[in-house]
Design a protein around this ligand. Structure first.
Ligand SMILES: CC(C)(COP(=O)(O)OP(=O)(O)OC[C@H]1O[C@@H](n2cnc3c(N)ncnc32)[C@H](O)[C@@H]1OP(=O)(O)O)[C@@H](O)C(=O)NCCC(=O)NCCS
Length: 180
């Protein structure tokens, strides 16, 4: 996975302070949510390659070889049982024991525009809450506008971790027509 040349550093961080009272997961017709099962490696890699325009990505290197990997933490949204989007309810002690980390959110291009990123991310937040996490964080990039809109709708807010991010967030909020 090559570093994205569009990426501004440090990456943007968003935090959701409270995982209680998450809305129920009500899915559009023909869509379902399930977690990873053996054999899903290629489906995950295909979604991530398509969504992120990556030439290559390895489920093993990114997810299953890590000690945090638990199949129930890797969620898929399926269209007629075919996985078309994913999000992972990751955990990194760097953010604190009570905080989950929303990781690797992607929907294949053919299925974007229907808010599927919202549903699969919400499923990941429910998973974090079921593990007893109280809050969630994520890292993202300035140019990932559909993702940022999705995270704001899920109740995430910007967490400024560098002075250059004040202006960067102002630009994003202006683009999204959200008043600061
Ligand atoms: C993030 C992602 C999963 C969202 O997919 P999706 O659920 O199909 O998202 P949608 O196309 O429905 O867009 C989500 C929202 O952003 C809005 N949006 C999309 N593009 C926009 C733009 N250029 N300007 C303003 N708003 C925009 C949509 O109108 C929608 O808003 P709404 O919910 O109020 O209708 C998908 O875009 C993706 O896979 N991106 C590539 C990978 C990525 O960036 N992942 C996140 C890493 S942190």
């Amino acid at each position: 996975m090559a570093e994205n040349p569009q990426r501004k550093l440090p990456q943007l961080v968003m935090k959701k302070d409270d995982l209680t009272n998450l809305p129920p997961l009500v899915l559009p017709k023909d869509y379902s949510i399930r977690c990873f099962k053996p054999g899903d490696e290629f489906a995950w890699e295909n979604i991530i390659k398509d969504a992120f325009n990556y030439e290559e990505v390895s489920f093993k290197n990114s997810i299953s070889s890590k000690k945090e990997f638990i199949p129930e933490r890797v969620l898929f949204i399926c269209h007629n049982d075919v996985p078309v989007g994913t999000a992972t309810a990751w955990y990194d002690p760097k953010w604190g024991e009570m905080t989950g980390y929303l990781h690797m959110v992607g929907v294949i291009k053919k299925h974007t525009g229907k808010g599927l990123g919202f549903y699969v991310s919400l499923a990941a937040l429910h998973r974090m809450a079921s593990e007893g996490r109280k809050s969630a964080v994520l890292e993202t990039d300035d140019f990932r506008i559909p993702a940022i809109k999705t995270y704001l709708k899920l109740g995430f807010s910007p967490l400024i971790v560098h002075e250059n991010q004040v202006e960067r967030w102002n630009l994003i909020m202006k683009l999204l027509k959200i008043k600061g």
